[in-house]
Write a protein that binds this ligand. Structure first.
Ligand SMILES: Cc1cc2nc3c(=O)[nH]c(=O)nc-3n(C[C@H](O)[C@H](O)[C@H](O)COP(=O)(O)OP(=O)(O)OC[C@H]3O[C@@H](n4cnc5c(N)ncnc54)[C@H](O)[C@@H]3O)c2cc1C
Length: 384
């Protein structure tokens, strides 16, 4: 079956593909978005715990984060859907001088990029997160405009708006190949048909490398397993997402926040990383993260954990996404979202839509320069 020609075919209706379909439709572009799952956001989008911040140490991610926060914050007023937005802020805690020094070095760059962030002392931290362990607490950072939202509600909302604007979605359909002639992709082939297109965008998350290879392009994106969990709901204990970037045996940073419906949601970064696509929950995760969380915030010891789950971070060597075209000029990539695809998705959708329609802004050019495919990948983000 060959259907009509689309200006743009997007592979993947996840954290990035769904908002991109919306932004392209807003620009009047005809869009087809294909996903092998049964509905939008069923890939890694649904594994995300919903943290949304602009607190990053790289300017491109600060810019994308700020714009995405604006979309999350205003969504209900603009379009009416409840996406679970809660502006609780983010706080990075410091219990040693090196960590505080790292924050002190980052904050000016973050402020310069437009982030409302500041260093707070231990007294203010104790007010912000009542019950946090005061022993050795030096303070940390606080960015009050960060927050959280529900990744599934967001993805559905983006999908609904994109559809209302005319975007087409085909679910339960797997992209199996790309057809090219001269130096252009001409059609996207699936297990159910073939769709001719003006451009294609690879938003395939942890399967991005497979799509790249269909055009002979090797993308530096590797899957890594990460686990998360959620407690029973309780009355509000604290507002911000709490991030502790200290390392401990078997883990690097961990973070937790209280959802707008009362549950505490949490995640930890395994150290060394666990490469691969295994999404079976482990018996290591819960004891490991619980010990660290209750040491930092003893009141959590009273909460029951309801559920844990495991998903994939599509990692790049430097922890930042890749936004570019690759191989043929009309083959675009928005891949390698690492642990931040949900929080950056709306901003990335807009930047990619303007790139494709030839209407990039000055800020977009900064982002696209920093996140291009042929960058050195030499730095590693401090606040990943
Ligand atoms: C435990 C955990 C917690 C996380 N917490 C957060 C968080 O708090 N905040 C945050 O910002 N991020 C978080 N993340 C990371 C976030 O989930 C990812 O960065 C994000 O979902 C990646 O977005 P994506 O659009 O690239 O991929 P996805 O959302 O996975 O979308 C890719 C889509 O492509 C489809 N696809 C792939 N191949 C094909 C094909 N051949 N044909 C058709 N369809 C295809 C898939 O079905 C999928 O729906 C977390 C991740 C995990 C695992």
């Amino acid at each position: 079956m060959t259907s009509r020609n689309y200006d743009v075919v997007i592979v993947g209706a996840g954290s990035v593909g769904a908002p991109l379909a919306m932004s392209l439709s807003e620009a009047g572009v005809s869009v087809l978005c294909i996903d092998r799952e049964a509905s939008a956001g069923q890939g890694n989008n649904k594994c995300a715990i919903g943290g949304a911040r602009a607190t990053h140490s790289e300017r491109a991610k600060v810019i994308l984060g700020l714009r995405s926060l604006e979309v999350f914050r205003n969504w209900k007023d603009d379009y009416g859907d409840d996406i679970g937005w809660y502006q609780g802020g983010y706080t990075y805690v410091a219990y040693d001088g090196d960590t505080l020094e790292l924050f002190r070095n980052n904050v000016p760059l973050q402020q310069e990029a437009g982030l409302n962030i500041r260093i707070i002392d231990s007294r203010e931290m104790l007010r912000l997160v009542p019950g946090i362990n005061p022993e050795g607490l030096l303070g940390g950072t606080y960015s009050r405009e960060d927050g959280s939202a529900n990744p599934m509600k967001c993805c559905y909302a983006f999908h609904r708006r994109a559809s209302a604007l005319g975007a087409e979605f085909r679910f339960g359909e797997t992209v199996t190949g790309l057809e090219s002639s001269d130096s252009s992709v001409t059609a996207v082939v699936t297990d159910r048909g073939s769709y001719s297109c003006g451009s294609v965008v690879n938003c395939a998350g942890s399967f991005a490398t497979q799509i790249g290879r269909m055009d002979g392009v090797d993308l530096p994106v590797a899957p890594e397993s990460h686990e998360a969990g959620i407690t029973e709901p309780v009355a509000r204990l604290f507002d911000p997402m709490v991030v502790d970037i200290r390392k401990a045996p078997g883990s690097a940073n961990y973070y937790f926040y209280q959802h707008d419906t009362g549950q505490v949601v949490f995640c930890i970064t395994p150290e060394p990383p666990i490469p691969g696509t295994d999404i079976r929950e482990t018996s290591v995760f819960l004891p490991q993260v619980a010990a660290r969380m209750t040491q930092l915030y003893p009141r959590l010891a009273n909460l029951k954990v309801r559920r844990v789950w495991r998903g994939i971070y599509p990692m790049t060597p430097d922890g930042a996404p890749i936004l570019d075209s690759c191989g043929p000029d009309n083959h675009y990539v928005a891949v390698g979202m690492c642990g931040q695809g949900f929080m950056l998705g709306p901003g990335i959708g807009e930047v990619m839509a303007r790139l494709i329609t030839g209407s990039s802004t000055d800020d977009d050019r900064v982002v696209l320069q920093d996140l291009r495919l042929d960058r050195a990948y030499s730095s590693e983000e401090a606040l990943k």
